[in-house]
Design a protein around this ligand. Structure first.
Ligand SMILES: NC(=O)c1ccc[n+]([C@@H]2O[C@H](COP(=O)([O-])OP(=O)(O)OC[C@H]3O[C@@H](n4cnc5c(N)ncnc54)[C@H](O)[C@@H]3O)[C@@H](O)[C@H]2O)c1
Length: 331
């Protein structure tokens, strides 16, 4: 069993906790949150823009709780740390864990400062640790199916891909604190990055990005509409979405993909199916549960810990590339 701690017990920290508890190769030994009341409070009133499952409070009774990562690293024998604090703390927390020779699973976005991300990659390499950024969409079954169709060319070449992601302005946890929300990077770096990262993962970086964006409650780029094109291929990618809607607006994400021989559509608002249409027919296939992506990414990280291998399905260098691509949308 690999011994792990979760840092930041908000929406994502609870999601990691729940999935660590379900993994037979991982042992949750500690939870760190600077606000000790948060751990108890969040258990009974979890935040987030969708449900990622419930933790049985009784299970957490025997888990050690800390109010700072320093103490936890000093007192506990850990293999890895799951860092689920807000983006402005990613660099500081990941650096501390890597300096203590812990492997790190870090919530997205990597860091908003490219130099800080480069430094973390260098430190992980130097200390021979695994560093992975939790790009959950890469591990979601409906998106894994799409990647399979793109790679296998089952429906011919991909011609057009539209990726959308819409949410209300985050109204839970520290998102309501102005200083924290302002340093999130806005929807572009926090929400659209899921689709930017996925498109880059399956197709590589585009030659050209044409982008329009609108301001919202967090930043000047809280609604994004972008078109990617490739000089060497006849394929276009549309990235669209944001969090300018009211807090309780239902989260929705999905894709439409036009291949040479068929078009496919998936939406989390009808998340059980993927619809496949061509000129003769239309059929539905099971999409798989997108929510399983959270377990899958943690299981993948656990597999890397067990085998002491680098996370080739989600290397930190490609997570850094996604940050750079976000900046390219603002040029
Ligand atoms: N992968 C996804 O689907 C997804 C979804 C939402 C958020 N996120 C990412 O997760 C991160 C956290 O977002 P959230 O929505 O969970 O936030 P949140 O506000 O719900 O939780 C943050 C938690 O961190 C704690 N914290 C603050 N400072 C701390 C410190 N110094 N040490 C320990 N704990 C500290 C807070 O008390 C709080 O409980 C962000 O980087 C965000 O981009 C990812």
């Amino acid at each position: 069993m690999k011994r792990v701690a979760v840092v930041g017990f908000g929406f994502m920290g609870m999601t990691h906790t729940l999935n660590i508890l379900q993994h037979t190769g991982l042992q949750l030994v500690a939870i760190v949150d600077n606000d000790p009341e948060t751990i108890e409070k969040n258990l009974f009133a979890p935040g987030g823009n969708f449900s990622t499952g419930k933790i049985d409070p009784a299970v957490l009774k025997n888990i050690n709780k800390y109010s700072n990562l320093h103490e936890c690293l000093h007192d506990e024998e850990l293999d890895a740390v799951h860092i689920c604090v807000h983006t402005e703390l990613h660099y500081e927390m990941a650096k501390l864990a890597l300096l203590h020779f812990k492997h790190v699973l870090l919530e997205k976005p990597f860091t908003l400062d490219v130099k800080q991300a480069e430094e973390l990659i260098e430190l992980a390499n130097r200390n021979n640790r695994i560093l992975m950024v939790a790009h959950v969409v890469r591990f979601m079954p409906p998106y894994q199916k799409l990647k399979h169709w793109i790679d296998s060319k089952e429906f011919g070449e991909l011609k057009f891909l539209s990726l959308t992601r819409i949410s209300g302005i985050p109204g839970w946890g520290q998102w309501t604190e102005k200083q924290v929300s302002r340093t999130s990077g806005g929807a572009l770096f926090d929400l659209n990055i899921h689709d930017i990262d996925f498109a880059n993962y399956v197709l590589g970086p585009p030659s050209e990005i044409k982008c329009s964006y609108l301001p919202g409650g967090l930043s000047d780029n809280d609604y994004v509409s972008a078109m990617w094109s490739y000089a060497d291929r006849d394929v276009h990618v549309k990235i669209e979405g944001g969090n300018t809607f009211h807090s309780n607006f239902p989260f929705q994400a999905g894709y439409m993909a036009q291949f040479e021989k068929a078009s496919v559509v998936y939406s989390s608002s009808n998340g059980e199916i993927i619809r496949i249409a061509d000129n003769q027919s239309i059929r539905d296939i099971p999409a798989g549960d997108a929510g399983e992506g959270y377990f899958n990414e943690i299981a993948y990280f656990a597999e890397c810990l067990k085998n002491n291998t680098q996370p080739t399905e989600c290397l930190p260098a490609s997570s850094l590339e996604s940050i750079k691509l976000c900046y390219n949308h603002l040029k």
